[in-house]
Design a binder for this molecule. Sequence first.
Ligand code: FMN
Length: 169
Amino acid sequence: MANSLVIYFSRSGENYFGGELKNIEKGNTEVVAEYIKEETGADLFKVEPVNEYPADYMKCIDVAKKEQQDGARPEIKETLEDISEYDTIYIGFPNWWGTLPMPMWTQLEQLDFSGKAVKPFVTHEGSGFGSSQRDLKKLCEGAEIKKGLSISGGNVYDAQDSVNHWVSE
Ligand SMILES: Cc1cc2nc3c(=O)[nH]c(=O)nc-3n(C[C@H](O)[C@H](O)[C@H](O)COP(=O)(O)O)c2cc1C
């Protein structure tokens, strides 16, 4: 069993790439999560909300903004309850309105991060991590938060080498 785990959220559907709307079959963050699995043998856990986000980008940003303003903890399809067998936890997400999508809060608040190494990664359209690294300190209390990796969503297919370099740091 691999001793590292990737917990991530990623949304397919319509998204912005450098000012242009495109429909993508696989979310950007998922592409990075799969590189990490390929390089390290890590297990993957995808956080999936019960109520899927709209594929329509404009609708999705409205739903996400409201959830954030309300401090929502959207119900998720499956909840991971025990990460005790893992040493390193990669946490991946798109920057949504400056931080992690709320379903990640639903999941991360359930877990005991004491003594874990956490390696965060984000995909974004210009804002990098935003305030998510500060939020992660609260969400992953007791973990040692390592250097994060920030990748522009439109560049994920060119980023495998930098992902591999970062995982080995
Ligand atoms: C609801 C929503 C909110 C977003 N907010 C931001 C933001 O505040 N800053 C930013 O740089 N990108 C923002 N983006 C762009 C995403 O972070 C970016 O496209 C990311 O790569 C999407 O990852 P995914 O395909 O894995 O879901 C937002 C996208 C969505 C759908």
